[in-house]
Design a protein around this ligand. Structure first.
Ligand code: TXA
Ligand code: MG
Length: 318
């Protein structure tokens, strides 16, 4: 495994590895992804094995522009509206798969739908254009771990399994993309994420449905797996009083009294800053040796909905 600063030359090397069926980790504006050629079933198989991911969990196919999405999936009018507003950006659309079978069956886990996303990050954009392939890329962590927001997180989780890590620094958003079923006329959110329900309602003028059906055996979207995004240390949520021996995951300017390890997601109480810090904070506090992580209340509006979703999953006992 090599980590390289994402210079044009390193991006060229990464594209060659992808074209040869290898695995490359790269930054997107949300989190780091572990990429493989989505048209190559062997490359996708290597990707599942590197992540230790259950094979029923389908992958997001990354493309550089809407036209490339339309080549692998059927764009509905709803999808077109959303693509015009949010692509490139942190929105994943689940659409009917085209019958041309360009995408390997394994990448969609045999579903007749495919999840597609046009990332905005310049390094992701350059890599997708240089590889000239649709790239299947889950978050570049071991399955069930916290998503990586730094190249070093990828190296810790997947070091032995990835040929090249393109280092583009900390990811800007720090929370995964919103996954949205756009096969019908009303948007159905399958995974809360960086694009808020409020934004989707505003752009589409339609009611936003939040898929329930959280079920570990047959998930609507496996991002809904009950236990996911899990540190090893137990989390206690909505905490105002921290116990001795606990670490504190704080939010905002008004802190409870506390002496041990602490990470403030946003001293100013800014939800975008909190989202960007969330996964690194969980990793830090998980490594602190604390008996548990006490989490202060996070407001539920805007990005707070997705942050609370991740924290709730992380807090559930195995
Ligand atoms: O921000 C992100 O979305 C990152 C970056 C790398 O793009 N990727 C990411 O991928 O989070 P992953 O594999 O960790 O999560 C993909 C989510 C899962 O919840 C999966 O179940 C859902 O997308 N998904 C993929 N294909 C689907 C499909 N055909 N139908 C329903 N859900 C699907
Ligand atoms: Mg993931």
């Amino acid at each position: 495994m090599t980590t390289l600063t994402a210079t044009p030359d390193a991006i060229k090397q990464a594209a060659a590895i992808l074209r040869a069926g290898g695995l490359v980790a790269f930054p997107t504006e949300t989190v780091y992804g572990l990429g493989a050629d989505a048209t190559n079933g062997f490359a996708v198989a290597a990707l599942y094995s590197a992540k230790g991911r259950p094979s029923f969990n389908p992958l997001i196919v990354h493309v550089p522009e809407t036209a490339a999405a339309a080549a692998v999936a059927t764009m509905t009018p709803l999808a077109q509206t959303l693509a015009d507003a949010f692509w490139p950006g942190p929105l994943t659309l689940v659409l009917a798969r085209r019958s041309n079978r360009i995408i390997a069956d394994l990448a969609t886990a045999g579903l007749d739908t495919v999840a597609v996303r046009v990332p905005a990050h310049p390094i992701a954009q350059a890599l997708l254009r240089a590889a000239d392939l649709p790239v299947a890329a889950p978050s570049a962590n071991r399955s069930g771990h916290v998503s990586p927001t730094l190249a070093a997180h990828v190296a810790t989780d997947l070091g032995l399994h990835v040929q090249l890590i393109l280092d583009g620094g900390a990811t800007r958003i720090g929370l995964e993309s919103t996954v949205l079923d756009a096969t019908g006329t009303d948007p159905v959110v399958l995974r809360l994420g960086a694009v808020t329900g409020e934004d989707i309602a505003r752009i589409t003028g339609r009611p936003v449905i939040l898929a329930a059906g959280e079920n570990d055996t047959a998930p609507v979207s496996p991002g809904m797996l009950t236990r996911h995004y899990a540190p090893n240390t137990r989390l206690r949520l909505d905490i105002h009083n921290v116990r001795a021996g606990e670490a504190l995951l704080a939010f905002g300017p008004d802190l409870p009294s506390h002496a041990g390890p602490m990470f403030n997601l946003s001293p100013a109480g800014d939800l975008a800053e909190a989202a960007a810090n969330l996964f690194a904070a969980l990793r830090d506090l998980d490594a602190s040796g604390a008996a548990a992580i006490a989490v202060m209340p996070i407001p539920a509006h805007g990005l707070g909905a997705a942050i609370n979703d991740r924290l709730t999953r992380a807090a559930r006992a195995a």
